[in-house]
Design a protein around this ligand. Structure first.
Ligand code: CTP
Length: 426
């Protein structure tokens, strides 16, 4: 990818050297465009040596090659680190008084600004207004880190670490390249594993981490869907991965997260959200049974082997099919299977597809360290008749996109379904 790395005149410019190395190590072509003032902190020779490209700061250098237009036009991603208060002000007002601001006006690629300045400058109403203007225009402005600043003072204003800036920048570029084929589609995704209490301290649970469901929520949001994520006991750092705004502040697509604990809470939350939904994906591992009685106080040892009576829970997926909160919505189920003497993973999946009646069923083999808690998955998507629609193997993010590809194809094949891509419903 062709990346422009803008460097404004702040002490944190030295951290941009590491950012440049990180981007180069990942195989990207990086053109560094420093401001005049930033050369006081890191010199031209450093940038030229590490980027392998010529470095200019002014619009009037390389006039024969019209550098101020060419660099911005060719950019597939622009990152400015550090972005000083002055750079934010000039970018917000559309100035073009050096090569970096001229490049920002010409570029049509995603732009990520990583501010760094003293806390007072960051919190000044002028800077706050400039950041709001830039974000409203679709520029992604990271919030600075809080911590030790140049002198002895501390507070928000530190440049985020180069690794974090590189990750946010590359995620932004990857998102920009994705299709927005779920624009206007409302989806509900359940994720994680339910917990059925036995007493105030114990529960019956399962091994689901929620990663696949969170990846599905994120992938749908990235493709333009409005997403409600019903998260059953999913760790906060895993949930954070569902929300584009958590990676790049200022991103416009919201993901509403509804935390739940038990199967009953999950059922109520899914059905409430599904009233407005076009698609419901049941990726959560919902307990099939719960203790018949939940003790008010902690259960004590009695000396006898305890007998636990369990009662069946509501099958949320089955109920969505037989009694849909919104008629005509598309329902997607998951089936985690181990395979056994009576059948293979796929055979069990086929039988479940026919039994559950969901529009699509995503079958994945589990056990022996597969699927649960791992970053990868291996799935076969079946239709209601049990026929294979598609297969996908790899990172859970890629599997999530393959599932949405299958959902999109299913929506397109329906004549009574939700709107095609690009049409926003009221
Ligand atoms: N599911 C559900 N409500 C339940 C149990 C499961 O909605 N009480 C959903 C899961 O979210 C998943 C699908 O049903 O999408 C398949 O779950 P699974 O536990 O594999 O199905 P079961 O019907 O319980 O089949 P089995 O006989 O294999 O336990």
């Amino acid at each position: 990818m062709r990346i422009v790395l803008g460097v404004a005149g702040g002490i944190a410019a030295y951290k941009a050297v590491l950012l440049l190395r990180l981007l180069r190590e990942q195989g990207h072509e990086v053109r560094v465009v420093p401001t005049r003032a930033s050369l006081e902190f890191v010199g031209r020779a450093t940038w030229e040596a590490l980027s392998g490209q010529p470095v200019t700061t002014e619009v009037f250098e390389d006039v024969d090659r019209v550098a101020h237009v060419a660099i911005g036009k060719q950019a597939e991603l622009v990152v400015v680190a550090p972005a000083t208060a002055d750079l934010l002000a000039r970018a917000a007002t559309g100035r073009a008084d050096d090569l970096l601001t001229a490049t920002l006006l010409v570029a049509r690629s995603p732009v990520l600004l990583a501010p760094a300045m003293h806390t007072e400058m960051w919190e000044h109403p002028a800077t706050v207004a400039n950041v709001a203007t830039l974000r409203a225009r679709g520029v992604h402005v990271l919030d600075p880190d809080a911590g030790r600043l140049t002198g002895a003072d501390t507070g928000p204003g530190r440049l985020p670490e180069p690794e974090a800036i590189a990750a946010a920048a590359l995620a932004l570029a990857a998102d920009a390249g994705r299709p927005r084929d779920l624009d206007g589609v409302r989806v509900v995704v359940s994720a994680g594993g339910t917990r059925e209490p036995l007493d105030p301290v114990r529960f019956l649970g399962n091994r689901s981490s929620g990663r696949q469901g969170v990846a599905l929520a994120r992938a749908a949001a990235d493709r333009g869907a409005h997403v409600t994520l019903v998260a059953a006991n999913v760790a906060p750092d895993v949930v954070a991965g569902a929300v584009p705004g958590a990676v790049v502040p200022g991103a416009v697509v919201p993901v509403e997260v509804v935390p739940v604990e038990t199967g009953q809470e999950l059922r109520d939350a899914v059905r409430a959200a599904a009233k407005d939904a076009d698609v419901v994906v049941m990726a959560a591992a919902v307990a099939d049974y719960r203790p018949e009685v939940v003790a008010d106080a902690k259960l004590k040892k009695t000396g006898e082997p305890p007998v636990l009576r369990l009662v069946e829970t509501v099958d949320v997926l089955r109920e969505l099919v037989t009694d849909p909160p919104r008629p005509g919505q598309t329902v997607v189920g998951f089936a985690a299977e181990t395979g056994d003497a009576s059948g293979t993973v796929l055979e069990h999946g086929r039988a479940k597809a026919r039994r559950k009646g969901a529009d699509l069923l995503v079958v994945n083999p589990v056990g022996d360290g597969r699927a649960f808690g791992t970053p990868t998955n291996d799935v076969t998507v079946l239709d209601a008749a049990g026929d294979v629609v598609t297969t996908a193997t790899g990172p859970k993010e890629d599997v999530a996109h393959a599932v949405w590809d299958a959902v999109r194809t299913h929506l397109d094949a329906r004549t009574d379904g939700p709107p095609p891509a690009g049409t926003l419903r009221a």
